[in-house]
Design a protein around this ligand. Structure first.
Ligand SMILES: Nc1nc2c(ncn2[C@@H]2O[C@H](COP(=O)(O)OP(=O)(O)OP(=O)(O)O)[C@@H](O)[C@H]2O)c(=O)[nH]1
Ligand SMILES: [Mg+2]
Length: 374
């Protein structure tokens, strides 16, 4: 017997999917809400046990104990009990295999085993590792692909700032406190504005931290770029209008902590009303997976279209990026690779990231300067 999981947004669709593929003989082992790390595959999971090719041979039924004085109904009862016991044994072994499915796959297929181990060591969740291993084995893709390519395919990238319909680029940085929004914004101001010698404007909606706004004003002055503060969504709209002739507008925002999201809806409405703004969600790659996904959910109200990952210089395990991409469906735009402005910024590259995830030697490479060279 082999176990197979089917995911869908309702139990009924998951069941019909499984029945279509496995036929009516397959045995339903488990159904219910999918584990959090597998939710991107569907809200519900059903696990079926199906014969490998031919149905498994049934062990001979235990001979019914008959004897003088026992009524015929007792024979039947004994048969039923033996049947039930066999069914229970099958279920127990199948359920235990289901909970160790990645490990079971790894044991049965060394190629899958190697990639699953590498991915899990890099911090990728078992569900995401399994999904990638499936691609390497050709289960969800025909023909199968190399491990690097399978991992790269899990990390969509969109390196750059979107040019909107009026030919301008308006970008905003949103994200948790201290994620690196302001630093990334200045790196972008230098690389994108100075590089093209076009008129640019920095706007900040973050007036919680006066010192940070003043620092941003100084950077703008050094770069010869306009600077203005806009404390409210109304003021931001006015500033956007006032600087509509500028080619590049960079908007910095405050970091809202998990308990400060009450203050966020105004800004969220502003972004919803200004679809021309390319909103980048800035997250630190040193954050653990569950917190990354929770932050991504919290910041979804701003409608980000890209992910920026900072502190890539401070981690050796890039695996959580894969879970983040699966979870949000968003591409990665830029990577922050250190504190230096403007040097420590990289446009995201799927294959490079995939190789670093699989090699798991990011820190050593960085120390040797390979990050820039690769
Ligand atoms: N090592 C490293 N440090 C970084 C990186 N990006 C930002 N930092 C540092 O992280 C700290 C916080 O960066 P900020 O840019 O102020 O973060 P922020 O998201 O604007 O913070 P708030 O405005 O307070 O929400 C600063 O000390 C930065 O130098 C990075 O890629 N690598
Ligand atoms: Mg800031």
């Amino acid at each position: 017997m082999r176990l197979k999981s089917y995911f869908a947004n309702t139990v009924e669709s998951a069941l019909s999917l499984a029945r279509r593929e496995l036929g009516p003989e397959a045995l339903l082992m488990k159904s219910g809400p999918a584990m959090p790390e597998a939710r991107y595959l569907g809200a519900y999971e059903v696990v079926f046990a199906a014969p490998e090719s031919a149905p498994e041979a049934e062990p001979p039924a235990e001979p019914a104990r008959t004897g003088p004085g026992l009524p015929p109904a007792f024979d039947k009862l004994m048969h039923d009990v033996a049947d039930l016991r066999r069914q229970l044994e099958r279920t127990t072994s199948a359920v235990s295999r289901a909970s160790h499915y990645p490990a079971a796959l790894a044991t049965s297929n060394p190629a899958a085993g190697q990639i699953i181990t590498q991915l899990q060591e890099a911090g990728v969740s078992p569900a995401a590792a399994l999904r990638i291993a499936d691609r390497v084995l050709g289960e969800t893709q025909n023909p199968p692909c190399e491990a690097d390519e399978a991992v790269a395919a899990a990390i969509p990238v969109s390196a750059g700032i979107r040019t909107n319909r009026s030919g301008r680029r308006v970008v905003a940085m949103v994200g948790p406190p201290g994620a690196g929004k302001t630093t990334m914004l200045v790196k972008l101001a230098v690389t994108q504005a100075l590089g093209c010698r076009r008129p640019a404007q920095i706007l900040t909606a973050d007036l919680y931290r006066i010192a940070a706004a003043e620092q941003l004003r100084s950077y703008a002055a050094i770069l010869g770029v306009g600077f203005a503060t806009a404390e409210t969504a109304v003021l931001l709209s006015q500033q956007l209008e006032e600087h509509r002739q500028k080619d590049l507008i960079l908007i910095d925002t405050a970091g809202y902590g998990a308990r400060e999201m009450d203050a966020a809806p105004d800004l969220a409405e502003f972004f919803a009303a200004h679809r021309e703004i390319d909103v980048h969600l800035v997250l630190s790659s040193t954050t653990k997976t569950a917190d990354l996904l929770a932050a991504a959910d919290r910041y979804a109200i701003f409608g980000p279209s890209k992910l920026v990952l900072t502190r890539c210089d401070e981690t050796e395990s890039f695996g959580p990026i894969i879970d983040l991409c699966f979870h949000t469906g968003l591409p990665v735009s830029f990577l922050g690779t250190g504190q230096q402005i403007p040097e420590d910024i990289e446009p995201a590259d799927s294959l490079q990231l995939a190789r670093r995830i699989l090699r798991g030697k990011v820190q050593k490479e960085l120390e040797q300067g390979a990050w820039v060279a690769a």
